[in-house]
Every structure is written in C-alpha cells, then in structure tokens.
Design a protein around this ligand. Structure first.
Ligand SMILES: [Zn+2]
Length: 235
C-alpha cells in the first residue's frame, strides 16, 4: 500500500490501474507537483502554452524573437523562461529552450507523431501522455536500449486506448530517482521502453528501484501527468 498522497496537480480521472496509481504517487510526488504548478501566474502559463503550441505545430521551440513578440505586460521574457525552468516545466539553458515536457528540441530515443508532426520527447512516458494532453491520436516510437529493436505504439485520441503495439512484448520501465530539480537530466533518463522482459532485465542496474509497466499502465501514468498541461488552471 502506497502511503504517499495523490497530488491534486495530476488528473486522476483515468487512473484505474493500481500499479499506475502507485507509480504516480512515487514518481510525481505532491512536493514536486507543487513546485511545478502552485501559484503559476496566468501570464507565465500563457508563455508555457505558447512553447508547447510551437512544438505541436512546428516541432521546435519558439525563437527568442517569437517570444519577444508576445510583449508580456510587466514581465521580461527571460524571467518567465527562468521561472518555467525553475519549476521544471521547461529546460532553459544557454539562452535556448532545450525541452518543454513532453517535448525535446534535441534527439532522444523517443518520438511522438501528431497530425504528421513528429517531435522527440524527453522520455517514453512523456510520449505516451501526449495523446491525452491534446485529445488527438498519436504514434509513439522508441527503441530498445539493448538491441535497438524499433518499438511502436499507436494511442487513440482518447489518450487511453492503444492499437498496434509492436513488438507485442513491450515493457516500460520507470526508475524512482531523485530529480534534483530537473527531471530531464535525471529521472527521465531511466524511463525507457524495452522490446521484452529479458532486455529490461539485461539493462537494469544493480539495486535500481522503479516500476515495470505495461504500455497501458504507462499510458495512464502519462495521461495523469499531461492532461492538465493545456488547461487554463491546474490543481
Ligand atoms: Zn531489445
């Protein structure tokens, strides 16, 4: 029995599976979700949304010029990006947006394709949560870190049901790790898809703690995390 609270900053409405529930409580702790969303201003939220829209439409973050054209009242664009980075909603480094969960501006093992636009994602669970975030069907692709076998999962627009899971024995692994403020550098590096149980076991580092999930369980986890992202308020 997991004694950690269910964070109100996650959307629990589709979390029917007890393993997915357990994983969410352990991975997306209330403390971490509060740092992300508590007291986020409307203006900052609108910049966050603009960054996500840019990835969704053009498979890239907005340029500094596109952001400055927003002419944010009483806000400096750089300060807003720094705040979003501090909250671990984006990774903003060396003057550029490196990622905005679920999307990554640089290559990773995972992609999500929505309406013919393909983005890299920070981790495989991010890719699996994108359909739920947008209410649009998505094709998630990854590759097994051991053998390189291509993995493909089609998620329907309800964000919860799947078709074409290939290969059929796909397993998702999510490590429980300290995020040290930035999940992209830490926890997300060990959220991976494997072709089989056997290759997950080959990869698993000694003493690692985490959750082995089916694609359906991982999709429920992704939906709970990402459904609130494009809403006007969270929590
Ligand atoms: Zn493999």
């Amino acid at each position: 029995m997991n004694t950690l609270d269910r964070s109100p900053y996650l959307d629990w409405s589709d979390v029917a599976d007890p393993v997915a529930d357990d994983a969410l409580r352990s991975l997306l702790t209330e403390e971490r979700m509060r740092d992300r969303w508590f007291d986020l201003s409307k203006e900052t939220r609108s910049v966050h949304r603009l960054i996500l829209e840019s990835f969704i439409q053009r498979a890239r973050p907005p340029t500094p010029q596109e952001l400055s054209e927003l002419r944010l009242p009483n806000l400096q664009t750089k300060d807003v990006l720094d705040e979003l980075d501090r909250r671990d909603l984006i990774v903003f480094r060396r003057g550029a947006i490196q990622s905005a969960y679920p999307f990554s501006a640089s290559e990773t093992l995972h992609t999500v394709e929505l309406a013919a636009v393909r983005n890299w994602t920070v981790c495989v669970i991010d890719a699996l949560g994108t359909a739920a975030m947008l209410g649009k069907a998505a094709t998630v692709r990854s590759s097994c870190p051991i053998c390189g076998e291509k993995i493909e999962i089609y998620v329907y627009k309800n964000g919860l049901s799947t078709d074409r899971i290939s290969p059929s024995g796909v397993v998702i692994w999510a490590s429980v790790a300290e995020t040290e403020g930035c999940a992209a550098d830490t926890q997300c590096q060990s959220m991976l898809a494997f072709c089989s149980d056997a290759h997950l076991e080959t990869w698993k580092p000694e003493g690692v703690i985490g959750f082995q999930l089916t694609p359906h369980q991982a999709i429920q986890v992704g939906a709970a995390i990402f459904k609130p992202f494009l809403r006007t308020s969270v929590g």
